[in-house]
Ligand binder design. Sequence first.
Ligand code: ZN
Length: 312
Amino acid sequence: MRVLVSVVSLFFLGIQALSEWSYSGDDGLEESRWPEKYPSCGGERQSPIDVKRREVHFSSSLLPLHMVNYEEEGLELSMTNNGHTVQITLPNTMSMRDSDGTVYRTKQMHFHWGGRDSEISGSEHTIDGMRHAIEIHLVHFNEKYETYEKAVDQPDGLAVMAVLVKVEDYTENDYYSTFISELENVKYTGQTTTLRNVNIRNMLPGDIRHYYTYQGSLTTPPCTENVKWFVFQDSATISKAQAERIENAVMDHHNQTIRNGYRRTQPLHNRVVEANFPYSPDEVSKNHFYMHEKISHGLKLKKIKKKRNHSH
Ligand SMILES: [Zn+2]
């Protein structure tokens, strides 16, 4: 009986124990100290990074990823709150083929979000310093290693697709409804639920042809530097209400709401980010430029008019 009691109490201690790492230090080793326990986290090929668009190398030999079975209907997927995020297990029937011919199979997808203060974004990768509201990671393993567990320690073992999600006030995205409504069933760390009728393709951006790619790492300990990253150029969109539901839905080991679960961007060092599309300033900056020109043109007209008046 005594033994049984000890075993039972150990079990509960285990559940309540501090997480081994965290972002802020509230619940385990804080981000800046990860390298003390996980040396790879202090390496020179870490993720996430800030993608500086002017410094990205356009490579015309990079093809769109050849993606198979992401649109499969009627899947039943298990979703778990692991104390850091919510993670959806993906069947290894989904696969993508990289330009160099490597085939990667899916393992899981999970989410990074902000929300610690109102309207704080939580993506991991930033684009020209700009952080999106949410980032989704679809974790894949190199097919030649047969399983994720075998691939996870190999130098060319993993590939992650990153989806940046932006918020537009009233643009409700129905493709996220099932995922969001199931969050209440994984409110506490360790809980698992089943997602029915989700279509993974529909949760991705409209355009999945264009991407940035570079060699990096897992963004959580042990930060293994064996990840080929593919960050889609296009983003997915959800409504403000949907983002708020994600930001307030789930709790960590201490029953604190999980927020701001993203790692700071890491130095690029001597790596190069490539893209399969050329750099072009986006529409917003084009508009700014156009307005600027219009204004200065208007000023010139006024000056010319004045001069004419003088000469009369
Ligand atoms: Zn992640």
